[in-house]
Design a protein around this ligand. Structure first.
Ligand code: ZN
Length: 206
């Protein structure tokens, strides 16, 4: 795409690197900003810099947080012995929206994916195993999407914690194979958490 200005081209290139945004959409967004008061661009730029520079990850569960410990881990009403393992922070939001879960979370930050070069050491797995070893956890619920990467990740973690005194379960497959968790509707997701099954049992179904 030929653009009449290097500055414009630069902005379009940066924005089009965001997922789901092509060059045309990026151009539309930049032209839109140029028609707005300059404050809007400043506010946008500042919000991005601030979120990138100041966001924290909860030292307990790796959820996004404004403080050292997130609101969920901090809440005395949450059952700390029940840990729901999810891929990323969007899954925490999706499960929180169901309003049915009263335990805490553990955010892995991804799934094991050899093709994309993501191994166990790049995920928050050690801290989960440590949590289990400390004996504070009664049950670990695996709430990962049932893709091959999700299953591989669950099995890897399961092997690390199975010898400790902890129950492992996996969400019931109301979620169709290959579905991403965040797209599941709240009712289905809430139900699949309530009707979770022991992890060993789910292995027999494979
Ligand atoms: Zn937390």
């Amino acid at each position: 795409m030929e653009l009449p200005s290097k500055l414009l081209e630069n902005a379009v290139n940066e924005i089009s690197q965001l997922p789901g945004i092509g060059k045309r959409t990026a151009l539309r967004l930049v032209l839109h900003l140029l028609r707005q008061p300059v404050e809007q661009s400043e506010d946008l730029a500042n919000a991005l810099l601030k979120v990138r520079g100041e966001i924290k990850y909860c030292s307990g569960c790796h959820n996004i947080s404004d403080k050292e410990i997130c609101q969920i881990c901090e809440n005395p009403g949450r059952d700390k012995s029940l840990v729901c393992v999810v891929e990323d922070v969007r899954d925490v939001m999706a499960i929180e929206n169901t309003g049915t879960y009263k335990g805490i979370y553990h955010v892995l930050g991804g799934k094991i994916n050899p093709i994309e070069g993501i191994g166990p050491s790049q995920l928050n797995i050690v801290s989960l195993v440590e949590k289990v070893k400390s004996n504070d956890v009664k049950e670990v619920i695996f709430a990962l999407s049932s893709t091959m990467e999700g299953d591989t990740t669950i099995f890897y973690i399961y092997k690390q914690i199975k010898d400790y005194n902890v129950k492992t379960s996996t969400i019931a497959r109301g979620i169709a194979v290959g579905d991403e968790l965040e797209y599941a509707d709240e009712v289905t997701l809430g139900r699949s958490l309530q009707h979770r099954i022991p992890y060993e049992q789910s292995l027999n179904q494979l």
